[in-house]
Ligand binder design. Structure first.
Ligand code: PLP
Length: 364
């Protein structure tokens, strides 16, 4: 039997009702003109949420990690130097993926729970092909300043590309791809966008597009081939590449519509106030927040498990007795930190109160 959970972990979050309705529309074929105009409109909506005019903006078929793969596969040739700022699990994953595509990876390690240090990342190599960093580290609940990083990289070397992981930031905190000068960025649908997992919104600057790998070592993620379907060839025709997940794209279209109708500023403010309420409530219970002060994400709060408390037991009790899912910590903090997400449709004061109330009862 399926149960209805309140998904307050690091994602997925409960979808916006509009996104669920979008998913249950009559199915369209991937070359149906009705569907293609919905896809065009979805890409326009994505541009609004990304803060970009990039014509190459699209949802890739797959979860957030496919965006990471696509970025490295299409931007990096074997032997290219890639600098990665690592301040958590997803920076670590970037190192792994870049290496698999043959990059010579220079990693810049930071303490988990701290934002990236732009100067250290800049000093790691004088002429990298690409510099990558995670905007919102879901493993620690930390926001890094991608705008400062991109400006610093481009001021020094206009040819270097900047890659940003925006899986947990998009539609939760401001993302300004064009203003910041980010060349490649990927996201996921299942967090602040408030749509089920399954698509990876992706955007590429014209600079990155024109210097891309001609024939990447992956057919499925070849952005040139996918572009012939999503935007059409030079002659304008849309060419089949793979069967686009039309129901998921209809859901994304509806979810983005919901966000833009509310207004991006209002959506960010809603995340900020819900996150603040949760952080204040946790501190009032005597709990200690994990992420560095001043760099905390409103959409994902990390909190230390109190001494002597069994982290997994508390999560199980929250799930079984209150129907609330929260996340364990990640990596070395798996048992000593909890991750509580208030993302998308769940970025609301009543959700913050619900988890605070349940946690207070479970902790006694
Ligand atoms: N990057 C970040 C910051 C994430 O939080 C996640 C997922 O939680 C990913 C990448 C990978 O996304 P997915 O699990 O959707 O493949």
């Amino acid at each position: 039997m399926l149960v209805d959970r309140l998904l307050l972990g690091p994602g997925p979050s409960n979808p916006y009702p509009e996104a669920s309705q979008g998913l249950s529309q009559p199915l369209l074929g991937h070359l149906d003109p009705e569907f293609l105009s919905l896809l065009d409109e979805t890409n326009d909506r994505l541009r609004a949420v990304w803060g970009t005019q990039n014509p190459r903006t699209l949802p890739l078929s797959g979860t957030g990690s496919i965006g990471m793969e696509a970025a490295f596969a299409n931007a990096v040739r074997p032997g290219d130097v890639v600098v990665i700022a690592v301040n958590g699990l997803f920076g670590e994953r970037m190192v792994d993926v870049a290496g698999r595509y043959g990059a010579e990876v220079v990693r810049v390690d930071h303490d988990w729970g701290r934002p990236i240090d732009v100067q250290r990342v800049l000093d790691a190599h004088p002429r990298p092909r690409l510099v990558g960093a995670v905007h919102a580290e879901t493993s620690t609940g930390v926001r890094s300043d991608i705008g400062a990083l991109a400006r610093a990289v481009h001021e020094r070397d206009d040819a270097a590309l900047v890659l940003a992981d925006c899986v947990t930031s998009i539609a939760g905190i401001p993302v300004e791809i064009d203003e910041w000068g980010v060349d490649l960025a990927y996201a996921g649908t299942q967090k602040c966008i408030g749509v089920a997992p399954g698509l990876a919104p992706f955007t590429v600057s014209e600079r990155a597009w024109h210097s891309r790998v001609a024939s990447p070592p992956t057919w499925y993620l070849d952005l040139g081939l996918i572009g012939n379907y999503v935007s059409g060839t030079d002659g304008g025709a849309r060419v089949y590449h793979h069967t686009a997940p039309t129901a998921m794209i209809a859901s994304l279209h509806a979810g983005l519509g919901r966000i833009l109708d509310e207004g991006l500023g209002e959506v960010y403010a809603r995340h900020a106030s819900a996150g603040q309420r949760l952080a204040d409530g946790l501190r009032a219970m005597g709990l200690e927040l994990f992420a560095a002060e001043g760099h905390r994400l409103p959409e994902l709060t990390t909190v230390r498990v109190p001494e002597g408390v069994d982290s997994a037991k508390v999560r199980t009790q929250l799930l079984e007795e209150y129907g609330i899912e929260i996340g364990a910590g990640a990596g070395p903090y798996a048992a000593s930190v909890w991750r509580i997400g208030l993302m998308g449709h769940n970025a609301r004061l009543d959700r913050a109160e619900a988890v605070l109330g349940a946690l207070a009862k479970v902790l006694g």
